[in-house]
Design a protein around this ligand. Structure first.
Ligand SMILES: NC(=O)c1ccc[n+]([C@@H]2O[C@H](COP(=O)([O-])OP(=O)(O)OC[C@H]3O[C@@H](n4cnc5c(N)ncnc54)[C@H](OP(=O)(O)O)[C@@H]3O)[C@@H](O)[C@H]2O)c1
Length: 264
C-alpha cells in the first residue's frame, strides 16, 4: 500500500485507535500516516507525522480521514477535489461530505469502541464516486479494527449508529443491573463485578466461535426449563424486549436530530 493517509483529529480517541490498528496490522507504514491534533499531540506514534495544520494535511495526503466530532467538522471541511475522503463521524451524510470536500469519492464508516481491541463491528457505505480500490482500502483499514460489512443504504448506517456504534454501552447497562442485584443480595462487589464481567467475556468468545443466532441460543436455554429459563421468562415478561426496542428507537431519533443539524 503506497498511498498516504491523513487523519484529521488523529489525536483523538477513535482516530488514534484506527491509526494504531492500521500500523500494528501492517495496513500502513508509519511514514505513510499523518495525524492532526488540536489540544494534545498524540503519543507513542514513532515515525508518524504529526501536525496542527489541517489544510497542509489535506493537501499532502492521498486519502483524508475525518475523525473529529461533527460540530468541529465545518472548520476542517477543506476542499480536496477528486481525493478519497473517509469519515467516521456520525450524522454527517455522504452528500454533505461530498459537497464540502468537493469530491464524490466519499466513504462513511461507523466503528465502535472495540476498535481499541480489534473487535469493532464497522459498517461502510460509499458515495457513487468511490472506486472498488477505494472500497477495498477502507475495508482493509477497518478490518484491522475488527469485522466489516459494506452496506448499500445510508439509512442503515444511521440506524447502526445507535445499534452497534454504541459499542459496549448496552451490554454494560445489562451488566450494571446484574451487579447491582448481586450486591443487593449481599455478594461482595468485587466478586459480583468479576463474575458478571467474566460472563460477558465468555459470551463474546462463544459467539466468536460460530456467529450463532441469539434467538436460537435463548430457545435452547428455554428448552431446559431450568434456572436460566425461569430468569429468561421473567425478564421477557417484565418487558426487556420492549425496553430494548424503545432504547434503539430513541438512539435512532437522536441520530436523525444530529443529521438534521449537520446536513442543513
Ligand atoms: N468513540 C466512539 O466509540 C465512536 C464510534 C463511532 C463514531 N465515532 C465518531 O468518531 C469521531 C471522533 O470520536 P472520538 O470518540 O475519537 O472523539 P474525540 O476523542 O473527542 O476525538 C476527536 C478529536 O478531534 C480533535 N479535533 C477537533 N478539532 C480539531 C482540529 N481543528 N484539528 C485537529 N484535531 C481536532 C479533538 O481535539 P481536542 O482534544 O482539542 O478536542 C479530539 O482529539 C466523532 O465524530 C464520533 O461521532 C466515535
Amino acid at each position: 500500500m503506497n498511498q498516504t493517509l491523513g487523519i484529521v483529529g488523529g489525536g483523538g480517541w477513535l482516530g488514534g485507535a484506527i491509526a494504531r490498528a492500521a500500523l500494528n496490522r501492517g495496513v500502513l507504514r508509519p511514514e505513510a500516516l499523518t495525524l492532526s491534533w488540536r489540544s494534545t499531540p498524540p503519543r507513542n506514534m514513532p515515525g508518524v507525522r504529526l501536525t496542527q495544520d489541517n489544510r497542509a494535511l489535506c493537501d499532502g495526503a492521498d486519502i483524508v480521514m475525518l475523525s473529529v466530532r461533527p460540530e468541529d467538522w465545518p472548520a476542517v471541511a477543506h476542499p480536496v477535489p477528486g481525493k478519497l475522503v473517509i469519515s467516521v463521524m456520525a450524522g454527517v451524510s455522504l452528500e454533505t461530505m461530498a459537497r464540502a470536500h468537493q469530491t464524490t469519492r466519499v466513504i462513511r464508516a461507523l466503528p465502535n469502541a472495540a476498535a481499541e481491541v480489534g473487535a469493532s463491528y464497522t459498517p461502510l457505505v460509499a458515495w457513487f464516486g468511490a472506486t472498488k480500490a477505494d472500497r477495498d482500502f477502507a475495508r482493509r483499514l477497518f478490518e484491522a479494527c475488527g469485522a466489516v460489512d459494506e452496506i448499500e443504504d445510508e439509512a442503515h448506517l444511521d440506524y447502526l449508529s445507535g445499534l452497534t456504534g454504541t459499542g459496549p454501552a448496552y451490554p454494560s447497562l445489562m451488566a450494571a443491573a446484574m451487579v447491582e442485584d448481586a450486591v443487593a443480595r449481599g455478594l461482595p462487589e468485587a466478586i459480583a463485578r468479576r463474575a458478571v464481567n467474566m460472563m460477558f467475556v465468555g459470551t463474546g468468545r462463544l459467539i466468536e466461535t460460530g456467529n450463532p443466532d441469539p434467538a436460537s441460543t435463548v430457545e435452547t436455554f428455554m428448552a431446559y426449563r431450568g434456572v436460566t429459563a425461569a430468569g429468561l421468562d421473567a425478564m421477557t415478561q417484565a418487558g426487556l424486549p420492549q425496553a430494548v426496542r424503545a432504547g434503539l428507537s430513541a438512539a435512532l431519533a437522536r441520530t436523525m436530530q444530529m443529521n438534521d443539524a449537520a446536513n442543513s
